[in-house]
Design a protein around this ligand. Structure first.
Ligand code: FAD
Length: 301
């Protein structure tokens, strides 16, 4: 057993400390090599202790949520991967404030807000990420983004939990100081407005209908592969280059929405990376626009 595993199992139950764990089980792309050690913390304290343990052994450490915006390379991830998920997914509503642990799903968060007749989070209901990942990425859809409703966030900074206001985290398009400074989101607080429960639920089901119609939700992917280039839409540029359905190995530009690369069966991370490169080169040649990946690439070849 690895020394890191032993140190984590000294304070966490063994089924939450996994060795050589295939990341294909932890990403919505359903691909990626193994993490040396993958840990599912059940509290902020466990998260901090795990980071300390990795640091003491000089092992690298990566924090993830639901793996819905990750492309993990085929050689896997060295050191420790901390997945903040179900064991840290509490949600509490107090007045017009909703507080959620980082591992809560965004969809669950949006449903709880709607159930309490609070509006402002309907846009988030179909985004398959965790609260932590959504704050880190400033996730957004259909005219809304996390930045609009986030009030403050409990982050682990140099091993200490500190509350930061939303302004202090400088959320911008699919970016924030959480990513820029390598902070770890433990909890987030959202300030919502009173609303009509039926109207909020109707809005959520309308957005879900639009997603089902436009996005390849039945195939594994990491959502939009590319960021929206200024003044353009990535999907429209890719489609205009005739690349809908274009394949490299098991990776394919979705037939339904060219902005999504899907795992059409047995795709490797190498296939996806080669396809990203081919699409970027063709779109640049055809339109002069350079696409930038939105998916976060981690691990080794
Ligand atoms: C079908 C589909 C549809 C999607 N639609 C949308 C959409 O409409 N809008 C949108 O914005 N995104 C969309 N996405 C992308 C994705 O769901 C979001 O980016 C989401 O916010 C990622 O959350 P996650 O928990 O899965 O993060 P992960 O993929 O696990 O991680 C993403 C990044 O966040 C960091 N991170 C995760 N958790 C934490 C934490 N607790 N503390 C610090 N850093 C953390 C990771 O280090 C990584 O850099 C879609 C994805 C899919 C598969």
């Amino acid at each position: 057993m690895r020394e890191l595993t032993e140190r984590l199992r000294a304070f966490a139950s063994p089924e939450r400390v996994l060795e050589d764990e295939p990341m294909s089980r932890h990403t919505t792309f359903r691909l990626g090599g193994p993490a040396d050690v993958l840990f599912l913390p059940a509290s902020a304290e466990e998260t901090a202790r795990a980071i300390q343990a990795a640091r003491a052994l000089n092992e690298p450490c990566f924090v993830m949520g639901n793996g819905s915006n990750l492309l993990v390379k085929d050689g896997g991830v060295r050191g420790l991967v901390i997945e903040i998920g179900e064991p840290m997914s509490g949600i509490a509503v107090e007045g017009t404030t909703v507080r959620a642990q980082a591992g809560a799903s965004l969809t669950h968060l949006a449903r709880e807000a709607a159930a309490a007749s609070l509006q402002g989070l309907a846009f988030a209901s179909g985004i398959p990420g965790s609260v932590g990942g959504a704050v880190a990425m400033n996730a957004g859809a259909y005219g809304g983004e996390i930045k609009d409703v986030l009030t403050r966030t409990l982050v682990l900074e140099h091993g200490t939990p500190v509350w930061k206001t939303a302004e202090e985290l400088h959320l911008s398009y699919r970016n924030s100081d959480v990513l820029r400074q390598g902070l770890i989101v433990l909890e987030a607080e959202f300030g919502l407005a009173p609303g009509d429960r039926e109207a909020i639920l109707a809005e959520m089901s309308e957005l879900a209908r639009r997603r089902r119609e436009k996005q390849p939700l039945t195939m594994p992917s990491a959502g939009s592969t590319f960021k929206r280039p200024e003044g353009h839409f990535a999907g429209a540029l890719i489609e205009a280059s005739g690349l809908k359905g274009f394949k490299v190995g098991g990776a394919q530009v979705s037939e339904l929405h060219a902005g999504f690369i899907v795992n059409a069966g047995g795709a490797t991370a190498r296939d996806v990376l080669d396809l990203i490169e081919a699409v970027t080169a063709r779109v640049r040649a055809d339109s002069g626009v350079t696409l930038e990946p939105e998916v976060r690439v981690i691990g080794e070849e």
